[in-house]
Design a protein around this ligand. Structure first.
Ligand code: C2E
Ligand code: MG
Ligand code: MG
Ligand code: MG
Length: 281
């Protein structure tokens, strides 16, 4: 009896593991096709100057609707792309599409449209691709000045290969780009890197911002990050701002920029461009 139960349970687990493996395999195949056929899109979320409410940039965020019509989250398909060796083509596509969109906005505005574009770089992509060369060729292809670009890296990129990342960041700075540390405070790296690496901006992770007004610990962490950034001469962006109170408090605490559903969700390029004609939100 007992044994049957145990083996029954084992079987259930095996089936589940098999399903997950198969699902992942299907996802890989579809993802490869989506990148090759241009079925992926970018959405754009505004980042505002907290003191004035002016939009200063847009973060480009990958979106994928699979062949069954399901909208998949980048939190799910980016890790699959990394495991399947697809993060390099996906990352190249995202950089190129972001530069192309910015060039289109400039063309419509009849000159530089007044915002920067922020592109995410995965740790694995940074290890496997020549990212500075890749970025430069996307900028050149669309005649975009490097000063118009922010690159968002995570702490995991530093942990993986500190020497390589130092060279990469320097090369990105040489192109004129802004280097941002994304999801700041959630990684496992030590803080010494802030001294050594050419980082311009810290993006305070949403997990510290959400619910911060009712949580002494969170607000203490946010204050500490802001004063650290100030002392080191770095700019700051708070992620996940969903209420006016949060925006006002963060502005009063000296945070430079804000991003979140209060201002706008990630938007299609057309809707993002429309926001630019009324740049104070
Ligand atoms: P991230 O770079 O930290 O991007 C911010 C995420 O927070 C986005 O999720 C955005 O939609 C979400 N967000 C912004 N404001 C709010 C808010 O007020 N409330 C809440 N609840 N969420 C908010 P998204 O688009 O699902 O992207 C998730 C992550 O996937 C990104 O986190 C980034 O790490 C990664 N990702 C997205 N696109 C790319 C890409 O093209 N390349 C790479 N390497 N990673 C990407
Ligand atoms: Mg980001
Ligand atoms: Mg982030
Ligand atoms: Mg995040």
């Amino acid at each position: 009896m007992k044994r049957a139960k145990i083996s029954g349970r084992t079987e259930v687990y095996q089936t589940r593991a098999f399903d997950i493996a198969r699902e992942q395999f299907g996802m890989e195949t579809e993802l490869r096709r989506a990148i090759e056929t241009g079925a992926m899109t970018l959405h754009f979320q505004p980042i505002c100057d907290l003191a004035t409410g002016r939009i200063t940039s847009f973060e480009a965020l990958a979106r994928w609707t699979n062949e069954e019509g399901h909208k998949l989250s980048p939190n799910d398909f980016i890790p699959v792309a990394e495991e399947a060796g697809l993060i390099v083509p996906l990352g190249r596509w995202a950089m190129d599409a972001a530069a192309r969109t910015l060039a289109q906005w400039d063309a419509r505005a009849g000159g530089e449209c007044g915002v920067k574009i922020a592109v995410n770089l995965s740790a694995i992509q940074l290890q496997r691709d020549n990212v500075p060369m890749m970025v430069k060729s996307a900028l050149d292809a669309h005649r975009i000045d490097g000063h118009r670009l922010t690159l968002e890296l995570t702490e995991s990129a530093i942990v993986t290969d500190p020497d390589r990342i130092t060279q990469t960041m320097k090369a990105l700075k040489d192109l004129g780009a802004t280097v941002a540390m994304d999801d700041f405070g959630t990684g496992y790296s030590n803080l010494a890197y802030l001294q050594r690496l050419p980082i311009d901006l810290l993006k305070i992770d949403r997990s510290f911002v959400t619910g911060m007004l009712a949580d002494r610990d969170k607000i203490a962490i946010v204050r500490a990050i802001l004063s650290l950034a100030q002392a080191l001469g770095k700019q700051t962006t708070a992620e996940g701002i969903e209420t006016n109170e949060l925006a006002q408090t963060l502005a009063a605490l000296g945070c430079t920029y804000g991003q979140g559903f209060l201002y706008a969700r990630p938007l299609e390029a057309e809707d993002a461009y429309r926001l630019l004609s009324e740049p104070y939100i």
